[in-house]
Design a protein around this ligand. Structure first.
Ligand SMILES: [Fe+2]
Length: 215
């Protein structure tokens, strides 16, 4: 039994004016499809295998590819708990969290992982620099990471992570800021976000990190 929230597709998610009503309606269909697929995979008990996760995040990216992402009601935004100059709007459907992020000028989110989740990120406006690691091993005190991969993503670009790939990362927006949609799919009730502090690189190229605190 899980603690996942209701997966029913609500009739209205966003306040929209008449000009953007069709776009918002199409976007709502997309996120309802994603939540329904995640629920089917979870029910089938196959959502944590590498092959299924990679196919799933690829499918999520294809669904988001041409969707126009509306900006949620301003009243629902709050400061990101660990980000600098970042606002967040979270919306949950079943095991899927749709996380809208507004980065101000040079806004950033520090290194963190997404334990027991996979995810897709789409840049809607602006640009961000992303630094990602794979986890080699971890304990209750620290983790060992591969050398990071650094990429800059601009409006329209997408990236993904899953349990076995790029699940530790940090984001930093440029001077013009950025608007980003993250789609996180929880694979079980232990899914969480944990913040990290990186230690100096080791001789073999791996990076050691210690836990900061949950956020
Ligand atoms: Fe993240």
């Amino acid at each position: 039994m899980t603690g996942f929230s209701d997966t029913r597709c609500p009739s209205v998610l966003f306040d929209v004016d008449k000009e953007t009503e069709l776009d918002a309606s199409e976007y709502q269909r997309v996120i309802c499809d994603i939540a329904a697929k995640a629920e089917r995979l979870q029910s089938a008990g196959v959502n944590q295998t590498v092959e299924v996760q990679e196919a799933y995040v690829g499918w999520v990216m294809s669904r988001l590819n041409n969707a126009l992402v509306p900006v949620p009601d301003p009243a629902g935004w709050q400061d990101h708990p660990r980000g600098e100059n970042v606002r967040v709007f979270r919306h949950r459907m079943g095991s899927v969290e749709f996380c809208h992020l507004k980065f101000g000028s040079n806004g950033s989110i520090p290194y963190h992982d997404h334990c027991d989740s996979n995810g897709v990120m789409r840049v809607v406006e602006g640009s961000v620099a992303s630094s990602s690691f794979n986890i080699v091993e971890q304990s209750s005190a620290n983790m060992t990471l591969t050398s990071p991969v650094h990429v800059r993503l601009s409006a329209g670009d997408m990236t993904s992570f899953c349990l076995q790939r790029n699940s530790v990362h940090a984001l930093a927006a440029g001077a013009d800021g950025a608007y980003i949609l993250d789609v996180f799919t929880r694979l079980n009730d232990d899914a969480c976000c944990r913040y990290l502090q990186l230690q100096p690189p080791r001789k073999n190229g791996y990076v050691r990190a210690v836990w900061s605190q949950e956020g």
